[in-house]
Design a protein around this ligand. Structure first.
Ligand code: SF4
Ligand code: FES
Length: 265
């Protein structure tokens, strides 16, 4: 039974997640409605300011017996959604393991550690080992920009930077090139280097990377390890905490305040 305030919602606009009643507004996706109601569905390529992309598949849920992406599926009256089940979480762990071995995610040496959504999700889903053989990729590292560092070895191809640059900044600094396993993010500039692009440090595209692929220079350890966003409370707990206080969820904010540990969830 939901403890979310459902007054003001048309009772027809309700569905369930793991047996809990969730209100939704017409047009909302399952993921949007879930997050607003304080139910965490794991996700990596979703951002509240951007259109759904449906590529990472972390948000896969079972809807009336069939699997689908919660970030692209519309919420409809009476849907019965399964989210926090052993089978779905096993599948999510495998997807995470594949992301970890496919890139260069040495968490202890990465300055995004503690603020990284990939790492936070691995903790949330209790992933204890990468399981698959590492690829050890050798991709572009571009340190040419005065304020931004780009390390595509840590890119998880969520395309958040591509979408943010196009749809929020109106600059198209980042684009996708290549096909299938050979596709990667490239920089749109005469030289292909970030320093010759239109990117500035305050662009949404410069803030939005959920992992350590796009980083701001000179601030890496300004928030010490131990005081970072996900150091004490899991990402799932934090999303639920924010939703219940009607605080907009911007999960990739580097300077986001830490949440109190396990407060009334
Ligand atoms: S650089 Fe970051 S934001 Fe861009 S696609 Fe890769 S992981 Fe996503
Ligand atoms: S958040 Fe739904 S597919 Fe990535």
């Amino acid at each position: 039974m939901s403890d979310y305030n459902t007054s003001g919602f048309d009772s027809a606009n309700m569905f369930s997640i793991d047996g809990r009643r969730i209100p939704f507004k017409p047009g909302q996706t399952i993921l949007q409605a879930a997050l607003e109601a304080g139910v965490y569905i794991p996700h990596l390529c979703h951002h509240p300011d951007l259109k759904p992309h449906g590529s990472c598949k972390l948000c896969t849920v079972t809807v009336n017996g069939r699997n689908g992406s919660a970030c692209t599926a519309r919420a409809l009256p009476g849907l019965e959604v399964e989210n926090d089940t052993p089978a779905l979480n096993d599948r999510r762990r495998v997807l995470l393991q594949m992301l970890f071995v496919e890139g260069d995610h040495f968490c202890p040496g990465c300055e995004k550690s503690g603020n990284c959504q990939l790492q936070a999700l691995a903790y949330d889903l209790e992933m204890v080992a990468p399981h698959f053989r590492h690829f050890f990729p050798k991709r572009t590292v571009d340190a040419s920009h005065p304020d931004i560092w780009l390390d595509l070895n840590r890119c998880i191809m969520c395309e958040l930077c591509v979408r943010a640059s196009r749809d929020i900044d109106g600059k198209n600094v980042f684009m996708l090139a290549g096909r299938g396993a050979n596709s990667q993010v490239v920089v749109n500039s005469p030289t292909g280097l970030l320093k010759d692009s239109a990117l500035t440090a305050d662009d949404a595209a410069a803030q939005i990377c959920p992992v350590g692929a796009i980083l701001h220079k000179r601030v890496g350890y300004s928030v010490p390890i131990g005081q970072r966003q996900f150091d004490d409370a899991t990402i799932g707990h934090q999303v639920e905490y924010l939703a219940r206080r009607h605080i907009p969820i911007k999960p990739v904010a580097v300077d986001a305040p830490k949440m109190p540990e396990k407060e009334g969830v």
